[in-house]
Design a binder for this molecule. Structure first.
Ligand code: BTN
Length: 227
């Protein structure tokens, strides 16, 4: 089914994820899209806020039915494709260009009830002065290209949502920002050792190999690296 139909575009809204969740609970079909030019209570992962200036970022949430366990990785790959050949993915789905985070993905839902929301905030047309933190980046496209960028993104998303798991894992391994890099997470620190066949992050720490299933992983600081 075509992604982005039906589509609800709001001039401003607290959070597209909240609006899409309400639509999903009311029975909205796979591919239903909510977009806005401005969020007044945008949410990031780990309870963080997500703010962008009006009409400069792609702010969108997609209703997905019957998602698999790799959904959040599929979403990150679609954003990476939009960001270009040089974009890398900081597991699970932060997209970095030249070490700066240009987009965030927030997947929420109730898989047991057959729905998920893929929320994305992509800094398509922010100017460097608009960037909220030093580790943020922008795709540097003109604001007039926001709608075109949405069309491109939906095509990439459609392709990754239907791709075999093996292709998803192979693409993620190609774009793995953490491979061989020092990382830290809530429970410790180590070195990124790739992505396993379930899409989990492998890390080497103290002579052992661990797998991280979820949560936040931070790159050790360099002058431009996103945390
Ligand atoms: C992150 O913390 O990296 C994820 C950020 C996700 C932000 C997007 S913007 C559209 C959608 N609506 C929200 O409230 N959050 C997501």
């Amino acid at each position: 089914m075509t992604l982005g139909r039906p589509r609800l575009h709001l001039r401003a809204t607290p959070s597209t994820n909240d609006r899409a969740r309400a639509l999903a609970l009311a029975g909205a079909p796979h591919g239903t899209l909510v977009t806005t030019g401005l969020q007044t209570a945008g949410r990031g992962r780990q309870g963080r806020v997500w703010t962008t200036p009006p009409d400069r970022a792609l702010l969108m949430s997609l209703v997905v039915r019957d998602a698999d366990a790799l959904l959040s990785l599929r979403a990150g790959l679609a954003v990476a494709d939009l960001a270009g050949a040089g974009a890398v993915v900081k597991w699970p789905n932060d997209v970095l260009v030249e070490g700066r985070k240009v987009a965030g993905v927030l997947v929420e839902g109730r898989p047991q009830e057959g729905w998920a929301i893929v929320g994305m905030g992509i800094n398509v047309a922010l100017s460097p002065a608009d960037l909220p933190v030093e580790t943020a980046g922008t795709l540097g496209r003109p604001p007039s290209e926001l709608e075109a960028a949405l069309g491109e993104l939906l095509e990439f998303l459609a392709s990754w949502l239907s791709a075999p798991s093996a292709d998803v894992l192979a693409a993620l391994r190609e774009r793995d920002a953490l491979l061989g890099r020092e990382v830290r997470w809530a429970g410790g620190s180590g070195v990124g050792a790739g992505i396993d066949d379930a899409g989990r992050l492998r890390v080497r720490a103290g002579g052992r190999e661990l797998v991280l299933e979820a949560g936040e992983v931070h790159l050790a600081r360099t002058s431009t690296a996103a945390g």
